[in-house]
Design a protein around this ligand. Structure first.
Ligand code: SF4
Length: 285
């Protein structure tokens, strides 16, 4: 029986239980990630009547790379099946559909927070803040189970700020426990705090980034080939097109599947247990 607090299986998109919400509710701008413009609330032309994608097997070839990167953290099935009790937006009244599309991004943000909180509760080094993390997780889960009107009016940014205080403390505790090659703990050398750093296109091949804070760092197209990222805080790091070939992300935390999906990598990239190797990495290798 998995621990219901740290079990994150419900925090992954389950398209079979969702009414294709990400393909309707979200706006797209024509770019390298999406082949067309689409306003929020308008169904993507590739969405079929059964809420499945008509070009699922060819998304990248057809210019919809963004769809292979995205994950709703399980918000789609929660909004479809719990918030709206299984009532399809296609068959309900217009107002019902509009409300569903308003609520989906809100629940998605809350579910992303649940992902981090559940992960933090599974980290031994964060034990001093586990009580607070557990309360925050319960409160976040409660918020996700509110009705559509309450969810639409929720100040998610304020809740995120409160949770972030705990996640920051978790980060400090976990990174201070990271052991270096000589067995010393708490390596805090210069350059280890790269919060929000502009590392776009940076040459970090083979870099020692153990226990680093890469919170919100811009690592777009950075060369992280063979980099050692064990025990690094990856929350919000922009890894689009970053090269993680043969990098070691064992024990890296607050890393999400969409971040990995946006990066490049190889069969030699070592990943945290909770994340899957993106399918396109094998194709690229
Ligand atoms: S291309 Fe497919 S996955 Fe992407 S938004 Fe359209 S229907 Fe959804």
């Amino acid at each position: 029986m998995p621990d219901q607090t740290t079990d994150r299986s419900a925090l992954r998109g389950d398209c079979a239980q969702c009414f294709g919400l990400c393909c309707v509710a979200l706006p797209f701008a024509a770019s390298a990630d999406f082949a067309l413009d689409k306003p929020a609330g308008k169904p993507c032309p590739n969405l079929r009547g059964d809420h499945r994608c008509g070009i699922h097997a060819d998304l990248r070839d057809k210019g919809f790379t963004g769809c292979t990167v995205y994950d709703c953290f399980g918000a789609g099935q929660k909004v479809s099946q719990i918030t709206f009790g299984g009532q399809d937006w296609r068959t309900g009244p217009k107002e019902h559909a509009r409300r569903m599309f308003d609520v989906f991004p809100v629940v998605r943000q809350l579910h992303e927070l649940l992902w981090y909180l559940a992960e933090a509760l599974g980290l031994d080094a964060a034990r001093p803040v586990h009580a607070g993390l557990r309360r925050a997780l319960e409160e976040t889960e409660r918020l996700t189970r509110q009705g559509p009107e309450e969810l639409a009016a929720l100040d998610v940014a304020a809740h995120r700020q409160e949770v972030n205080v705990l996640l920051l403390r978790t980060s400090e505790l976990v990174r201070a426990s990271v052991t270096d090659a000589k067995g010393s703990k708490g390596r805090k050398g210069k350059g280890k705090d790269r919060r929000g750093a502009d590392l776009i296109g940076a040459r970090l091949r083979g870099a020692d980034l153990r226990g680093a804070s890469l919170r919100g760092a811009y690592l777009i197209a950075a060369d992280l080939t063979g980099a050692d990222l064990r025990g690094a805080d990856m929350i919000g790091a922009d890894l689009r097109d970053a090269d993680l070939t043969d990098a070691d992300l064992t024990g890296a935390f607050f890393l999400t599947q969409p971040q990995l999906n946006a990066a490049r990598g190889s069969v030699g990239t070592r990943l945290p247990e909770s994340l899957a190797r993106p399918v396109h990495w094998a194709a690229a290798g």
